[in-house]
Design a protein around this ligand. Structure first.
Ligand code: T1G
Length: 707
């Protein structure tokens, strides 16, 4: 064996332990170690059966994703797991797979090549490969339908969602659930079936159904994928592969699967989604805040302001089991806030996301107050009041005297200067930004804004806390609009300019939706409220550079009281169900304003719309990166995927630019600069990387190496 796979015997049963931390991925050496142990077991007359089990917190979380990069760059050929799994299946003596934690991807494929599977009730099994833009590549699409039927296999392979061990047992995927000591239970199970003939999954066909039944299942699945997973290649490929299992002998089905797997693996979508997988984990690593940095306790929290954001933030904490003191200025405001929280929870119960008893428990954890009296023992206070510097400084001065020393004081500001806010307290080291995204109880992103004096303990605490809250915490620097909103400004600026130059409102949004965004920039403005940006622009009017073109359309709409969905009119008009429709009045108004401003009207293509909006993001992202307000280009990508509805299969704006090629992006931005002036001055970092033929991903590696 080798140091990744250990072998021990328990009387007449061999126990093969996979020990490749942190998640027992099938890295080079693991499959080989398992196979050698199986061969040895079959040659040992004293041994009747084998148990395969994972050391540490999980069974096998799949193939080693880190190896894929080597495959797609030709450094390493795609050594298939298939021959190994066939050899296991062909073992003369039974091989029992003992599952705890996760059996995902190649891990479940390994388990299905075994003759039987037992599991801890808390275990999960699944084929999540589509989340990486690929499909199962080691027989999963061929063995799974043989074990659980075609419909469920399609759902698991095309949807990528895991199922619990209990559900897997009810489907026939798991033969026995084992409470308590899994290894002991598995050995006992193996001993109990040692004399029975082994059952090979690949020889089974009783659950493959008839051609007619299957045709209906595949048609429905393809429709659903085309609707819900628009533009994604892998889910459709997964359906094709499972279909092959119902039409071809096992070996030929595996060849079809292998072909589809390779096509997906070499696709830009898969490269982007694998980038997302590792970036979502990388964002938690702060070079100058080592993971050993002690975190402060956060067991009791206060939230100031029970408005839309304050209420949502309170829900986030109580959903994580952390009691909240929720304060507002008067009873009426507090009741309005509590009613909004109750309405949100009622919607979640209606949609089956929560049970009523769960909601009742959550509401019990919220203590509404009108004074700071109950703030003396909170570990953290989050301010979510009106977006103005003066009211925020007042609240922070009050929190400074109401909260115990060492308590963290956080602001949910989306644009304002954290250092200036911290200046209103005697403890700037305990102050930072925790920028939640609306609706706070839904959106996964949490921008954690580092002030000049914010301590490493406070940062470490909030980064770890974000995981507990079910959020992706991304550390950003303290510049205006931080990372997300600072980039969103130029993105929405271009969207307005395009309408002012003759593009149709819906055409602008459709072009970005076609690109893959969850929603277009103008409809997003209507959702968030056009007045939010208008108020901020008015507060910062003095910072605008004279002679530099500024969009006017949205300000003019706001002057007419068109704030978007909340006033039933914005860029679009809305019915009582908030359904949007084009408003010809907006077109007339903008044409008139553009004529007054002397802006010539012209036909504008969808590709120009996408270029201007997306490259505005990239250019500002590059500035943010070189100014050091984001640690990595990958962090910017994670912010845009989880806070702004950017399509994951494009990897984020910075990864997308790398995929297009920075020389091409730079050249296009130079063209736009010629046409539209200094707003399109290329970011120096972008210019440099383009000229050096480098990528943002390489820049990240270089920065990491230098850190
Ligand atoms: N390969 C390589 N590294 C992996 C890995 C994997 N499969 N899974 C996790 N890691 C690393 C991860 O980057 C992190 O590293 C550390 O482990 C802890 O992960 C042939 C082709 C299992 C639910 O898609 O879903 O099999 O940041 O922070 O929150 O058909 O990891 O510490 O350096 O996520 O406890 C299919 C992927 C692969 C499952 C644990 N499998 N993993 O979550 O820890 S494709 C997957 C997960 C495949 C076959 C195909 C989760 C987890 P670092 P973590 P966690």
């Amino acid at each position: 064996m080798n140091n990744l796979v250990r072998v021990s015997t328990n009387d007449d049963v061999t126990v093969i332990t996979i020990d490749n931390p942190p998640v027992n991925a099938l890295s080079p050496g693991v499959p080989e170690g398992i196979l050698a142990a199986i061969d040895q077991m079959n040659q040992d007359p004293a041994i009747k059966a084998a148990v395969v089990i994972g050391a540490g917190r999980t069974f096998v979380a799949g193939a080693d994703i880190k190896e894929f990069g080597k495959m797609t760059s030709g450094v390493r050929s795609r050594g298939s797991l298939l021959p190994l799994l066939l050899r296991i299946e062909d073992s003369r003596k039974p091989v029992v797979m003992a599952i705890h934690g996760s059996a995902f991807g190649g891990g479940l494929e390994l388990a299905m090549a075994g003759h039987n599977r037992v599991a801890s009730p808390s275990a999960q099994v699944g084929q999540p490969e589509v989340n990486l833009g690929i499909i199962p590549g080691a027989g999963g699409t061929q063995r799974l339908p043989r074990l659980i039927g075609v419909a469920k296999a399609v759902e698991m392979c095309a949807g990528g969602k895991p199922v619990s061990a209990r559900e897997a047992a009810s489907l026939g995927l798991i033969d026995q659930l084992i409470e308590g000591d899994l290894a002991a239970g598995a050995v006992a199970f193996a001993r109990s079936i040692a004399e029975s003939p082994v059952s090979k999954t690949r020889d089974r066909s009783e659950k493959l159904g008839s051609a007619a039944e299957c045709a209906a299942i595949f048609a429905t699945a393809r429709d659903s994928v085309r609707k819900k997973q628009r533009a994604l290649l892998a889910p459709l490929a997964a359906i094709d592969a499972v279909e092959a299992a119902t039409q071809l002998p096992f070996e030929e089905g595996c060849q079809t699967e292998a072909r589809l797997f390779t096509e997906c693996l070499f696709s830009d979508q898969s490269k982007a989604l694998i980038h997302v997988f590792f970036s979502e984990r990388e964002v938690a690593k702060i070079p100058d805040v080592p993971k050993e940095t002690p975190a402060l306790p956060v067991n009791r929290v206060a939230v100031v302001g029970s408005g839309t954001m304050g209420g949502g933030i309170a829900m986030v904490f109580v959903n994580a089991g952390i009691p909240v003191v929720l304060k507002d200025v008067d009873q009426a405001a507090l009741e309005m806030g509590l009613n909004r929280i109750k309405r949100n929870y009622a919607t979640s119960v209606q949609r089956g996301r929560f049970t009523q008893s769960y909601v009742d428990e959550r509401l019990e954890l919220i203590k509404p107050v009108l004074s700071y009296d109950a703030f003396s023992d909170v570990d953290m206070a989050v301010e979510a009041v009106f977006e103005g510097m003066a009211p925020k400084k007042t609240v922070f001065a009050e929190l400074d005297s109401a909260c115990r020393p060492g308590a963290i004081l956080a602001s949910n500001t989306s644009t304002l200067n954290i250092d200036e806010i911290a200046g209103a307290t005697s403890r700037p080291e305990s102050v930072l930004g925790t920028h939640f995204f609306s609706p706070a109880n839904v959106m996964r992103l949490l921008e954690i804004v580092r002030g000049k004096k914010t301590s490493k303990e406070v940062i470490a605490t909030c980064m770890q806390m974000s995981k507990k809250l079910g959020k992706i915490g991304v550390l950003v620097g303290n510049c205006r609009g931080f990372v997300g909103n600072r980039m969103f400004g130029p993105y929405r600026r271009e969207a307005q300019f395009l309408v002012e130059e003759g593009a149709d409102v819906a055409a602008v949004d459709e072009a970005l939706v076609e690109f893959g965004n969850a929603m277009g920039p103008l409809a997003t403005g209507d959702l968030a409220g056009l007045d939010v940006g208008w108020r901020i622009r008015k507060e910062y009017r003095h910072l605008e550079k004279p002679g530099v073109r500024q969009p006017f359309a949205e300000d003019r709409l706001c002057e007419l009281g068109r704030y978007g969905q909340k006033t039933m009119k914005g860029w679009y008009q809305y019915d009582e169900n908030r359904r949007a429709s084009a408003d010809p009045e907006v077109t007339t108004l903008v044409r008139k304003w553009s004529a007054e401003a002397g802006i010539p009207q012209r036909q504008i293509s969808a590709s120009e719309i996408v270029d201007r909006c997306i490259y505005a993001l990239v250019n500002e992202g590059a500035r943010i990166l070189e100014e050091g307000y984001a640690l990595r280009a990958a962090d910017i990508d994670i912010i845009y995927l989880n806070g702004y509805g950017f399509p994951p299969y494009r990897g984020g704006p910075m990864w997308h630019a790398d995929t297009v090629g920075l020389p091409k992006v730079y050249q296009r931005i130079c063209e736009l600069q010629l046409q539209h002036g200094e707003l399109w001055t290329p970011a120096p970092l972008l210019k440099r990387l383009a000229e050096e033929g480098k990528t943002f991903a390489e820049y990240d590696k270089q920065q990491l190496a230098a850190a």
